[in-house]
Design a protein. Structure first.
Ligand code: SF4
Length: 447
């Protein structure tokens, strides 16, 4: 979901970099296939490359591959270092390996699954939006956000990555939702977005400090590949990022949240809520028709209790749609007593919607109602609006804007749907205010 959000400044970003276009190979896929890699899956587009991405390989799989070639096991360590410390893109860069092994590695694996990257810089260098073209022509986006050091914390460099090319959920305020779904990403394709950012940061003596799965796609609908990517990011032999610096978001895939809870993985869970009442959430997050908001919050509550980790709830605020005192009070009631933190994010403008960001005073009023109810809140500022940093905006631009009549029809449809949803929500509030729901009733009077 995902407007890119932020805090204060940093320095200018470096020049646009692009990894070299990947080559194709007739070599058969390695038997050590990484999670999320399915060689039988249709992979149309610019190039068909049957080699799995090396970043998706576990150390055990890599050691097995090295052993099969009669090489000593320390070669696996050298390869891991090249992939995860030097962020190598080509076999030639692995100069510690003998040439025949380098050649064999290049025949078996893609050192980089990203064919080309285009970087756009905004916010005086604090935001870098990157459009990645994958080896089959699919396009995904990542964003690097720089935060300066402040009282009690060091500088941070957060990478927001995509887990799918496009998205099937279809949230109407999101440019990715408008694009539709292309395909799941392999673990290596997810990880190579992080390696791309890490490579550019390393050139400036910096490193990635946080990774958030809040780019294109619904991570819990590509759960195996996302879990494999999280494991690689967290593994000290690979990327070595602490689990508390990794956030996985979901728009409310309840079975996925339940599975994460069973696994007990210690990263932060972020739930993109956007509305606390079903009629409105049905419009803003269509997945809500399958898993209503109460079920989503119940699953998130169980996750928080099982892991002891606070759940982060994301609310994109849209002027006049979900930013009223009644909405805030309904959210306060829904999250009362939860181990929760709410992030409020004014909506990034998206061409196909009729909606705009909530004004600052509405955001402050919303936050105040939550705080009065004892719920911690952070107001995020939008990042990279001038470069289309909200998820899917660049890719949508590349896909070609829909013709104006289609945009107009979509805007009218959204206006009708949201107006009807608001009417239904208000009727439900009226009924509840007559019997219970004191916070909602009080807020309705104030609003
Ligand atoms: S359409 Fe997909 S990517 Fe966009 S906000 Fe919804 S779940 Fe997230």
């Amino acid at each position: 979901m995902r407007a890119m959000t932020a805090d204060p400044p940093e320095r200018a970003a470096g020049p646009s970099t692009g990894s070299p276009r990947a080559t194709t190979s007739e070599a058969p896929p390695s038997p050590a296939l990484p999670p999320g890699f399915d060689p039988s899956r249709p992979r149309g587009g610019l190039g068909l490359d049957p080699r799995p991405g090396i970043a998706g390989l576990t150390p055990a799989a890599l050691e097995a591959w090295v052993r099969e070639r009669g090489e000593p096991s320390y070669r696996a360590r050298q390869i891991l270092d090249a992939v995860w410390r030097s962020f190598a893109r080509q076999p030639d860069e692995l100069t510690t390996l003998p040439k025949p092994l380098r050649a064999a590695l290049g025949e078996a694996f893609r050192l980089d699954t990203i064919a080309e990257s285009e970087v756009r810089v905004a916010d005086a260098g604090r935001t870098e939006k990157v459009l990645h073209r994958l080896c089959d022509g699919a396009v995904v986006e990542s964003v690097v956000m720089h935060y300066p050091a402040g009282p009690g914390h060091r500088e941070r460099h957060t990478v927001c990555i995509s887990s799918q090319a496009g998205c099937a959920v279809g949230c109407p305020f999101c440019a990715t939702g408008e694009l539709g779904f292309t395909r799941d990403l392999e673990a290596a394709e997810i990880l190579d977005q992080v390696r791309d950012a890490a490579r550019r940061l390393a050139e400036r003596g910096r490193r990635v400090t946080n990774v958030v799965f809040m780019g294109m796609g619904e991570p819990l609908l590509n759960l195996d590949a996302v879990l494999a990517a999280v494991e690689a990011l967290n593994d000290p032999r690979r990327f070595g990022l602490g689990a508390r610096h990794i956030t996985v978001s979901t728009s409310g895939v309840v079975p996925g949240i339940r599975r994460l809870t069973e696994l007990g993985v210690q990263f932060t869970l972020a739930v993109s809520l956007h509305a606390a009442r079903d009629p409105l959430r049905d419009v803003l997050v269509p997945l809500n028709r399958r898993w209503p908001v109460a079920e989503v919050v119940a699953a998130a509550r169980d996750h928080a209790r099982a892991t002891g980790r606070r759940v982060s709830y994301e609310v994109t605020l849209i002027a006049g749609v979900n930013d009223t005192p009644t909405d805030a009070a309904a959210l306060a009631e829904l999250l009362a007593g939860e181990l929760a933190h709410v992030n409020l994010i004014p909506m990034n403008p998206v061409a196909h919607t009729p909606w705009t960001a909530s004004p600052p005073e509405a955001v402050e009023r919303f936050a105040a109602i939550l705080r009065r109810a004892g719920i911690p809140v952070t107001i995020r500022s939008n990042r990279g609006v001038e470069i289309g940093a909200a998820c899917g905006q660049l890719a949508a631009e590349r896909a070609g804007a829909p013709p104006p009549p289609a945009v107009q029809r979509r805007r009218e449809r959204l206006l009708r749907a949201s107006a009807a949803a608001l009417r239904r929500a208000r009727l439900a509030d009226g009924a509840r205010a007559g019997s219970a729901g004191p916070a909602v009733a009080a807020a309705s009077e104030r609003g």
